[in-house]
Design a binder for this molecule. Structure first.
Ligand SMILES: [Zn+2]
Length: 174
């Protein structure tokens, strides 16, 4: 289990947003929970992979829109939504503040305070790493580098092949 803390921790989907997504997702569809028989689904609520037998749901999530609704930004055409796995019922959230899902190549995408994409970087994960530990140091470096640019307010870590949102990292922590 990755437990190291970083200057810019990964942020799971918030409990308030999860509550809404479990009723109706960001595409307006009712959630369809199922029992995950295989396990291994990257859960954006707890920032770990599912275990076989857990009840999960695949829902459409609009991370930039939800972020912007709190900051007052207007991302316009940059708004997008995509599929994410979450637990089907209330869950405890992440165990520790380290960067998860670093065992594969990821895109670290940068956003400005007004919600526009400012570019990104491909980070090569350590696919030979055990579990999800991979190489968090490479991700920490990419995120620190992103925030070295004062115009960057928000970072998304995304899967390369599918483009799926994994988690966000904010310059301003709560
Ligand atoms: Zn969860």
């Amino acid at each position: 289990m990755q437990t190291a803390t970083t200057a810019y921790p990964a942020r799971p989907i918030t409990p308030a947003a999860l509550k809404e997504l479990r009723e109706r997702d960001d595409a307006g569809r009712p959630a369809a929970p199922f029992t995950d028989t295989e396990g291994g689904a990257p859960l954006r609520c707890c920032l770990r992979r599912s275990e076989p037998g857990e009840r999960i749901a695949l829902v459409s999530y609009a991370p930039l829109r939800r972020w912007a609704s709190r900051t007052g930004a207007t991302p316009g055409a940059y708004d997008e939504q995509g599929p994410v796995f979450i637990h089907a019922e209330d869950c405890p959230g992440p165990d520790g503040g380290g960067l998860p899902f670093t065992n594969a190549h990821r895109t670290v995408r940068r956003y400005s305070a007004d919600g526009r994409i400012l570019g990104g970087r491909l980070v090569e994960g350590n696919e030979g790493g055990a579990g999800d530990e991979g190489d968090p140091a490479a991700f920490e470096a990419a995120i620190t580098e992103a925030f070295d640019d004062p115009a960057v307010a928000l970072v998304h870590v995304r899967a390369v092949e599918y483009g799926c949102f994994l988690y966000e990292v904010r310059r301003d922590q709560p």
